[in-house]
Design a protein around this ligand. Structure first.
Ligand code: ADP
Length: 369
């Protein structure tokens, strides 16, 4: 089967890496000539936001999928009209691309998500009391396009553009759950993971699994995933990002209609990884089991502050000597501050051991130039 992926980044790369054990051809489209997928697939350099480029790329494929959601969804709709399978479908991609539509989707389907109002252009109508969070309707990514407005002074920085004004949640934990649905309607859910963010870069730092939650919290999450899977009328793999607030209530922050950084530890930590699952979704195969037998965690390898240029992974030889430690690099030659260059997965027998190992590995390795 000819499988086309919009985006040639690390998510696509790891999907292809996993799927090469089966018999398919992978095609990728990315604007960067040195994108992580460029050596390992039939690569087209081009803009996945451009209608004609996407149409041209997709027209001779059996299935088209995405590894980034900021793509031209109208072109995907046109490909669907021409009979080409698009996973996930263009409708859900459109909904998720726009924060306003995404929030309405939760509201309409009774999926708990922080209270919000829509700001279209002018700050005069905002009724939400301070402090609140402003999220751009489109274009946000990795924490960009999100800002906390705490006081009247901050109000000066308000973006004057279509956005969601959302209640600030008093967050206890940030959790994530990856769910999958195939065309036959079969569904599977990965165990919940906990994200520990780096406050400075706003990028995912550690991600650990499993997370021990009370029965009540577990059942709130189960209710959310069930509602989501019942109301999402599309095959796909979706990462649902959750907030657990200090009162024990679970809220949906946002959903990514694709493979996700919060699922990387599934590569060695689960019976099957999110990449295996995504492959099966694309091909409408029976979905894979997602059990976890051990404690697993992931540490992002992010370009260190002050270094730009040809990448050096300082300390990597020492890391490779550690047991149950797995290095994944994304094939990016140039590092810059904050750039995601790879990740390291670690397995352990307990949560304490896992945290110790992750902190140790973090202190051993540096991404410099
Ligand atoms: P992105 O899509 O860019 O990752 P998110 O919507 O996930 O943006 O927001 C980035 C981070 O901002 C979240 O991980 C969380 O820490 C914080 N955040 C977002 N929304 C809220 C909220 N309503 N209340 C408190 N913190 C929030």
């Amino acid at each position: 089967m000819k499988i086309g992926i919009l985006g040639g980044g690390q998510l696509g790369r790891m999907l292809i890496q996993e799927a090469l054990k089966y018999d398919d051809e992978f095609y990728t489209l990315d604007p960067a000539s040195d994108a992580p997928c460029h050596h390992i697939s039939y690569f087209t350099q081009g803009n996945f936001n451009d209608y004609e480029t996407v149409l041209e790329f997709g027209k001779d494929k059996d299935v088209v999928t995405i590894e980034i959601e900021h793509v031209n969804a109208d072109a995907l709709a046109e490909l669907e009209n021409k009979g080409i399978k698009v996973v996930p479908n263009s409708r859900i991609i459109k909904t998720i691309q726009q924060k306003i539509l995404q929030k309405k989707f939760y509201e309409e389907n009774n999926i708990p998500s922080p209270e919000f109002e829509i700001m279209d252009g002018s700050s005069d109508e905002i009724k939400m009391p301070l402090p609140f969070v402003q999220k751009m309707n489109t274009g946000g990514y990795d924490g960009k396009g999100v800002q906390v407005i705490r006081n009247n002074e901050d109000m000066k920085n308000l973006w004057v553009q279509d956005s969601v004004i959302e209640k600030l949640v008093d967050i206890d934990k940030e959790l994530s759950v990856i769910v999958a649905k195939n065309e036959n309607g079969e569904t599977k859910t990965f165990p919940v993971t906990e994200m520990v963010a780096d406050p400075k870069l706003n990028l995912l730092d550690f991600n650990v699994c499993p997370v021990f939650l009370s029965e009540d919290i577990d059942s709130q999450i189960k209710c959310i995933t069930e509602k989501f899977l019942n109301t999402v009328h599309s095959p796909g793999l979706f990462a649902i990002e959750l907030f657990l607030d200090k009162e024990g209530k679970v809220w949906v922050n946002e959903t990514a209609p694709r493979l996700h950084n919060s699922g990387h530890q599934s590569q060695e930590g689960n019976a099957n990884s999110q990449f295996e699952q995504m492959y099966r979704v694309i091909k409408n195969l029976p979905l894979a089991d997602t059990d976890t037998f051990t404690f697993s965690g992931m540490l992002n390898l992010v370009g260190a502050e002050g270094f730009s240029g040809k990448v050096i992974y300082e300390g990597m030889d020492e890391v490779l000597k550690l047991p149950k430690t797995y290095v994944h690099l994304y094939g990016k030659t140039e590092t810059k501050p904050g750039r995601k260059m790879g990740h390291i997965n670690v397995l352990a027998d307990s949560r304490e051991e896992l945290m110790e190992k992750l902190i140790k590995v973090k202190s051993m390795v540096r991404v410099i130039a």
